[in-house]
Ligand binder design. Structure first.
Ligand code: TYD
Ligand code: MG
Length: 419
C-alpha cells in the first residue's frame, strides 16, 4: 500500500502536464475595462469604489432595524435597469408601502418573495436583471440541504450558490445579513471570505445618522465611508457631515470642544462633550458614549499624573455628539480639552478645534492626514486649531487662514486655553 501511494504521489515527475489549465505570464493576461454600474446613490457608489461591479457579490451587514432594507430598496428605486428584490422578511404589500415612502416607484423593479434558491434563480434568469437583491440571507434556503433557513450551513450554502450564480450570469448580487446583538455577524461573519465586498451599516438607532463602512473590497479601497441621515422619507445622503454635526452648537458652554477627526478618508468635525461633576455616591462614575471607556480612563490618568489635574472624586461623562462612534486617536486632544474645560467650568471658544493623539507621557502625538483635517476646519470657518508640533513638517502654513497652534505636551494646552 504505502509503496503504491508514494508512487502515485510521484506521478507528476513522469506524466506530461494536462493542457487544460496552464500557467500564464501575469503580463500577458488581457484585461477588459471594468465597467461599473452606477447605483444612483452617491454614498453607496462611493463605498463600493465607484459603482457596482458586474458579477460581484456584495454583503451588507448591520443590526436589525438599522435601515438595510430601506437602503437597498432605495437603490432599487434609483438604479436604471431591471432589478429583482427578493424578500423573505416582508410581503409585497409591506414593501410597496415602504417604497411609497421613499419616492417615485421604479417601474423596472420586480419583487419576489420566493425563498427557495433554485426556484429563485429560475425567476431571476428569466428576468435577467441588472441587480439582484436578497433580503435577507437568513431567510432563504437551498433545497439541497435539510437545515433550517438561517442556520450556519444554509447561510453558507446559499451564499456559495449565489456566488456561482453571480459569476456565471455576470449579475451583481447584494445580500443583506443581520448582525446579532453581540456584534458577530450571525452568518455574515462566516461569509466574509466567500463574498467580494463586505459593507457594514452602523449607527445608533436613537439617532438619525447612519454610516456605511467598507470592511472588505476586492474592487476598491476600504477607506471609503458613506454617511446618511434617516428621515421620514428614507435615507438622505449627507455630503457635508461636519456642517450637520456642528449645527446644534449655540450657547458657549464649558465641556464642549470640537475635534477634527477622520473617518476612513473623510474629514469630519465632531463635537466632543464632557461633563465633570461631584460624585453623589462613594465611587465616582466614568461613562462614555461613542468613545472607548478604557481610553477615557487612560486620558484621565494622564491628566492626573502629568498635569496635576485631579478628577478623583468627580463623576465624568463623555459623549460624542450625533451618536457617532469615534475610533480615530486624533480625538484625544479634544477630549482632554473638554474634560479640563468642564472641570474648571471655563468654556472653549466655538472657533477652536483640535487634532492630536495623547500619549501616556502627556505628549501630543502626530495624526495621519493632518492637512485634510486643517483644510476641513478652515473651510468650516474655524479660527484656531491645536495639533502636535511634529505634525507641522512639510505643511505650508500660509495656505490657510486658520491659526495653527503647534504643541508638544498637553500641559501647554492647559496653559494657553485655561490659564
Ligand atoms: P429597515 O430598513 O427595516 O431596517 P433593517 O432592514 O436593517 O432591519 O429600517 C427600519 C427603521 O427605519 C424603522 O425603524 C423605520 C425607519 N424608517 C424611517 O425612519 N424612515 C423611512 O423612510 C423608512 C422606510 C424607515
Ligand atoms: Mg430588513
Amino acid at each position: 500500500m504505502p509503496s503504491t501511494s508514494i508512487e502515485s504521489r510521484q506521478n507528476w515527475k513522469t506524466d506530461s502536464p494536462s493542457n487544460a489549465i496552464v500557467p500564464v505570464l501575469l503580463g500577458d493576461v488581457q484585461t477588459g475595462k471594468m465597467v461599473r454600474l452606477p447605483s444612483g446613490d452617491m454614498e453607496f457608489d462611493r463605498v463600493l469604489g465607484g459603482g457596482i461591479v458586474p458579477g460581484s457579490l456584495i454583503l451588507i451587514g448591520g443590526q436589525p432595524g438599522i435601515g438595510k432594507s430601506t437602503l437597498l430598496l432605495q437603490v432599487a428605486m434609483k438604479l436604471r435597469g431591471k432589478i429583482v428584490y427578493v424578500s423573505g422578511e416582508e410581503n409585497e404589500e409591506q414593501i410597496r408601502h415602504r417604497a411609497d415612502r421613499l419616492g417615485p416607484i421604479n417601474s423596472d423593479c420586480y419583487l419576489l418573495t420566493e425563498t427557495n434558491t433554485q426556484r429563485l434563480f429560475q425567476h431571476v434568469q428569466n428576468i435577467q436583471p441588472q441587480l439582484l437583491i436578497i433580503d435577507s440571507i437568513q431567510t432563504i434556503a437551498s433545497p439541497h440541504l435539510d437545515a433550517m433557513p438561517g442556520s450556519i450551513s444554509q447561510v453558507r450554502e446559499c451564499t456559495a450558490e449565489l456566488q456561482r450564480f453571480a459569476k456565471e450570469t455576470n449579475t451583481p448580487v447584494v445580500i443583506i445579513g443581520h448582525i446579532t446583538k453581540d456584534g458577530s455577524i450571525a452568518g455574515p461573519k462566516l461569509l466574509e471570505h466567500i463574498v467580494d465586498t463586505v459593507l457594514q451599516f452602523e449607527g445608533d438607532r436613537q439617532h438619525a445618522y447612519r454610516i456605511l463602512r467598507t470592511l472588505k473590497n476586492r474592487f476598491g479601497s476600504t477607506d471609503e465611508l458613506g454617511i446618511y441621515e434617516m428621515q421620514g422619507g428614507g435615507l438622505r445622503e449627507v455630503s457635508n457631515p461636519s456642517e450637520l454635526l456642528l449645527s446644534h452648537r449655540e450657547d458657549l458652554l464649558s465641556g464642549s470642544c470640537v475635534s477634527a477627526t477622520l473617518e476612513g478618508m473623510r474629514p469630519i468635525l465632531i463635537e466632543t462633550q464632557a461633563l465633570v461633576s461631584s460624585a453623589i455616591f462613594g465611587t465616582p462614575q466614568r461613562s462614555s458614549t461613542g468613545f472607548d471607556t478604557k481610553r477615557l480612563h487612560m486620558l484621565l490618568a494622564v491628566l492626573e499624573k502629568r498635569c496635576g489635574i485631579f478628577f478623583g472624586q468627580k463623576d465624568v461623562f463623555l459623549n460624542m455628539a450625533g451618536g457617532i462612534k469615534v475610533t480615530d486617536p486624533a480625538v484625544d486632544l479634544s477630549i482632554v480639552s473638554a474634560l479640563i474645560s468642564s472641570l474648571h467650568d471655563v468654556p472653549v471658544s466655538h472657533d477652536v478645534c483640535f487634532a492630536g493623539e495623547v500619549g501616556l507621557n502627556g505628549e501630543v502625538r502626530t495624526v495621519s492626514r493632518i492637512e485634510q483635517r486643517i483644510q476641513e476646519a478652515d473651510r468650516l470657518g474655524f479660527q484656531h486649531i491645536f495639533l502636535s508640533k511634529n505634525n507641522l513638517k512639510g505643511i505650508k502654513l500660509d495656505r490657510y487662514s486658520i491659526v495653527i497652534h503647534p504643541i508638544s505636551r498637553i500641559t501647554e494646552l492647559a496653559e494657553s486655553l485655561f490659564a
